[in-house]
Design a protein around this ligand. Structure first.
Ligand code: ZN
Length: 294
């Protein structure tokens, strides 16, 4: 039995443990492995959100930013429109006999969803950036990668962003038995609940790799509503599109990672995020909160 206590871990543990725990894992931790082509299991009441846009932060959890335009200017990003009001009814059907697998949200609106995986890089500047910009995003975290500093993610969560399940140790789940998959998925759900006080509702399999047992396992944990894949993945400077026309489509889910200079050829996470948001702005989209739609 492990008793989890909600208290920040001293930062000085970070460096040592990072080298130990993350070094080996990370080489293989990239999520940009096999990626799903297409979303299934999501049924839309077509049209999606219709409430008139209310300015502010989509989820209504984070306090409004006093000067949004100035914040975007400061980070060198064109001003993105605030997210539209969340739909009254979530367009992805959940709670059925089989957990849905989703890589795009059914919507007509020019919105995309940003997700950050694993949790390796813990750059304080990224926290500053998100505190300024209030872009909604979802974190899919792996225990083996974040346990050297659970505290890093709390201010990001406090901004209204959800912490979701990405397994205990980041295996390719297709190589594991049903019981092992249950342990990886349900175990991380319990761990995250203990650390962050909220039970994850979404699950992303490492590398986007899953099989029928994964769906059974995720369903069996209780509380997981959907398996979330992606349509685009963020590289250092560019977005990798599944669409050969290199365009976003309404409701696309974008995969990015908590990565820093050692994985980004010397570039920082905030530069990567800036590049991603610039592309989203260039194509006339804005970012909405995934949990408002699933
Ligand atoms: Zn991952």
């Amino acid at each position: 039995m492990r008793v989890t206590v909600m208290r920040p871990r001293p930062r000085r543990f970070r460096a040592a443990l990072t080298a130990l725990a993350v070094g080996g894992l990370l080489a293989a931790a990239g999520c940009a492995g096999p990626s799903s082509s297409g979303s299934t299991g999501s049924r839309s009441p077509s049209g999606g959100p219709s409430a008139s846009a209310a300015p502010g932060s989509g989820g209504g959890k984070a306090a409004p930013v006093p000067n949004r335009a100035a914040a975007f200017r400061k980070w060198g990003i064109p001003l993105l429109p605030p997210p539209p009001a969340p739909p009254a009814v979530k367009p992805v059907h959940t709670g059925g006999p089989q957990i849905p697998v989703v890589s795009r949200i059914p919507t007509q609106q020019k919105i995309v969803f940003v997700t950050f995986d694993d949790g390796a890089e813990k750059d304080p500047k990224f926290v500053d950036m998100m505190r300024d910009l209030r872009i909604p995003f979802t974190m899919f975290l792996t225990d083996a990668i974040i346990k050297n500093d659970y505290g890093y993610f709390r201010p990001l969560q406090a901004l209204g962003n959800s912490i979701e399940d990405h397994t205990l140790t980041h295996p390719d789940l297709r190589t594991r038995s049903l019981a092992q998959q249950r342990s990886e998925i349900c175990g991380q759900q319990t761990r995250l609940t203990g650390e962050y006080g909220t039970r994850p509702g979404l699950f992303r399999p490492p590398y986007g790799a899953y099989d029928a047992a994964t769906r059974t396992a995720a369903q069996s944990c209780g509380g997981l509503r959907a398996i979330i894949l992606w349509r685009e993945s963020m590289q250092i400077k560019k977005v990798a599109f599944q669409d050969p026309g290199k365009r976003f489509h309404p409701g696309d889910i974008i995969l990015a990672h908590f990565r820093g200079p050692s994985e980004l050829k010397g570039e920082t996470m905030t530069v990567m995020v800036r590049n991603m948001l610039r592309e989203i702005a260039r194509q006339g989209y804005t970012v909405a909160r995934l949990e408002d739609y699933v």
